[in-house]
Design a protein around this ligand. Structure first.
Ligand code: G4P
Length: 320
């Protein structure tokens, strides 16, 4: 089952971005460093066009540092794009954000041409936490300006650097199935939109290859060397059993076991983990695109057929 989730306020957000984007020099997209591909919003690329982009891999403290480096290199290789990694322990995030944005648009700056930056991110990537740090420590909050209050907030990170916060949230249609599972595992998706056991099995599938030691250590699993080859259903049962999620008759409570591993991942208690590599994500994206193209092709064929049918009927009646 592919995960789909449609939170509210999407149109307000979309409209606000379309209106604001004309006066924006750089778009900052906050990503979850544990899923730097899946937490990006493809719809944002459509809305912001060719604007220079700063990708911020947030929560780097809980992500795998080697994979974070790979993702930074991947994003940095894209046109008009820079990427940095960040986390909430950073005491002066504004300095790094300002520096990266200025590098992207060196011709703007000074009071006459302030750098205007829009910050976006899907839920749970840590945007409120970052904005609170920025507002509290560095910036003058100017969200009370007429017409701005309700829909967006502007903070001045420097006298010639304005940061606009996107109101509400922008949530993409999830076309990459594995990306949907990773988003659900991270806690970004509303609880009612997915089946916990299914997401837990996908999570185990992502973890057992690159992080068998972390699984073994957290759940006291035996035989770490064979973990990558054990089926995820077997591993979920083992995890449940080790953690006492057992029902009458000795059967493992898979719902409870799923909840345990998902909560552990969200609370980052297993260790530093990143669920995806750029190479894997590119493959998923290519697969999703092929499926989407086939879907469009089938739709076109159906429409063609539909258009033909009435004409055919007319011919029939003319003949009759
Ligand atoms: P959002 O506005 O993008 O939806 O995200 P928000 O700031 O509310 O952060 C979502 C969760 O991520 C919060 O945890 C927050 O503490 C945590 N978080 C934010 N930045 C970082 C970071 O750099 N590193 C880590 N490890 N966690 C971060 P929560 O459990 O939902 O709430 P709480 O623990 O703060 O009460």
């Amino acid at each position: 089952m592919a995960i789909q989730w449609f939170p509210g306020h999407m149109n307000v957000t979309k409209k606000a971005i379309i209106e604001r984007i004309k006066e924006i020099d750089v778009v900052i997209e906050l990503l979850d460093a544990r899923l730097p591909g899946s937490s990006a919003n493809p719809m944002l690329a459509d809305l912001t066009g060719s604007r220079p982009k700063l990708k911020v891999l947030n929560k780097q403290d809980v992500a795998d540092p080697i994979r974070t480096e790979a993702w930074l290199a991947w994003y940095n290789a894209q046109p008009n794009t820079k990427a940095i990694a960040l986390d909430a322990s950073e005491t002066a995030p504004s300095q790094r954000l300002i520096k990266a944005c200025r590098e992207l648009v060196p011709n703007r700056g000074g009071m006459a041409k302030p750098l205007r930056v829009l910050i976006c991110g899907i839920p749970n990537v840590g945007k409120s936490t970052l904005m609170n740090t920025l507002v509290g420590k560095k910036a003058a909050k100017t969200g009370d300006e007429a017409g701005i209050t309700k829909i967006e907030q502007r903070i001045n990170l420097a006298s010639d650097f304005y940061l606009f916060d996107t109101p509400g949230m922008l949530w993409p249609k999830i076309t990459i199935e594995k990306g949907g599972y990773n988003l659900a595992a991270s806690g970004a998706v509303g609880r009612n939109a997915y089946d916990e056991e299914e997401v837990a099995l996908e999570l185990i599938q992502s973890l057992k290859g690159p992080y068998p030691e972390l699984l073994a250590a957290r759940y006291k699993l035996d035989n770490v060397a064979t973990i990558p080859d054990r089926h995820e259903e077997v591993l979920l049962e083992e995890i449940g059993r080790k953690r006492g999620a057992v029902m009458g008759g000795g059967r493992v409570n898979l719902q409870k076991a799923s909840d345990i591993i998902l909560t552990d991942f969200r609370n980052a208690v297993m260790g530093r983990i990143t669920l995806e590599t750029p190479e894997a994500f590119e493959q998923w994206a290519a697969g999703a695109q092929a499926v989407e193209e086939e879907r469009q092709r089938q739709k076109l064929l159906r429409n063609k057929k539909k258009r033909k049918t009435p004409a055919h009927d007319e011919d029939d009646s003319a003949e009759a």
